[in-house]
Design a protein around this ligand. Structure first.
Ligand code: COD
Ligand code: ATP
Length: 199
């Protein structure tokens, strides 16, 4: 039977690291962040709606979206965040379903969807099972600051714009704690996938 696994977790929890590992094992991953970047490129339908809603101040000189400026706006203001989500998410969902279908048609039995806002956006109907990756908040902040050039206050705003961890743990079928080495993360993923007969 075909199976869609939703992989989720807070910002900088390790979803992309986990996804890369799964891809190396031959399991296809549909990446919501990547698709969210694609659908807002100049010339795509969501782009025009964002400019209409947020104004030209969210554009760079070459008219591409200035992601860091848009991020500063939406991570500080829940209503602006909802506005952006209402523009971007429908296009993301359609493209995710299309890509998953393509992987199934190519003969894959399992597809992973890497969806950062799986629970926040109530997208669990799109997947059959869920894996949550999480890190304690101090490590999350450290890794986020080390990876992106954000000020501490910007990083904290991003973390707190997401659903509290305890709620996500309760909603997930499997939970992976990514506070050790990457190798340790991979072993935990192997354990879950073996238990679900995917490996
Ligand atoms: C605000 C934007 C332009 C900032 O871009 P930036 O390049 O700085 O960040 P990036 O896209 O790599 O996202 C990094 C992480 O931020 C978090 N995040 C992104 N958007 C949101 C949101 N609307 N609400 C809460 N957290 C979010 C996620 O954990 C995501 O993995 C961008 O995140 C965006 O377009 N967001 C809206 C679309 C969205 O919800 N994407 C996430 C899942 S589909
Ligand atoms: N076990 C680990 N040990 C050390 N560093 C790690 C570990 N797992 C992930 N990282 C690092 O932490 C950072 C965040 O991980 P990653 O990019 O995979 O998270 P993410 O959940 O995909 O983030 P986002 O939601 O922002 O896209 C990266 O720089 C990654 O290399």
């Amino acid at each position: 039977m075909e199976l869609i696994i939703g992989l989720t977790g807070g910002i900088a929890s390790g979803k992309s690291t986990a996804s890369q590992y799964l891809i190396n094992k031959g399991i296809p991953v549909v990446d919501a962040d990547k698709i969210a970047r694609l659908v807002v490129e100049k010339g795509m339908p969501a782009y025009e709606s964002i400019v209409a809603a947020f104004g030209e101040e969210v554009l760079d000189r070459d008219l591409s979206l200035n992601r860091s400026r848009l991020g500063d706006i939406i991570f500080q203001d829940a209503s602006k965040r909802e506005l952006l989500n209402s523009i971007v998410h429908p296009a993301v969902r359609t493209e995710m379903k299309r890509q998953a279908e393509e992987h199934f048609l190519a003969g894959n039995m399992s597809v992973v969807m890497d969806i950062p806002l799986l629970f926040e956006s109530r997208l669990t109907h799109m997947v059959d099972r869920t894996i949550l990756i999480y890190v304690p908040q101090d490590i999350q902040l450290q890794r986020l600051l080390a990876r992106d050039s954000l000020k501490e206050e910007q990083a904290k705003a991003r973390i707190s714009s997401q659903m509290p961890l305890e709620e996500k743990i309760n909603l997930s079928d499997a939970v992976v704690k990514n506070d050790g080495s990457k190798e340790d993360l991979y072993q935990q993923l192997d354990r879950v996938l073996t238990e679900w007969n995917i490996l």
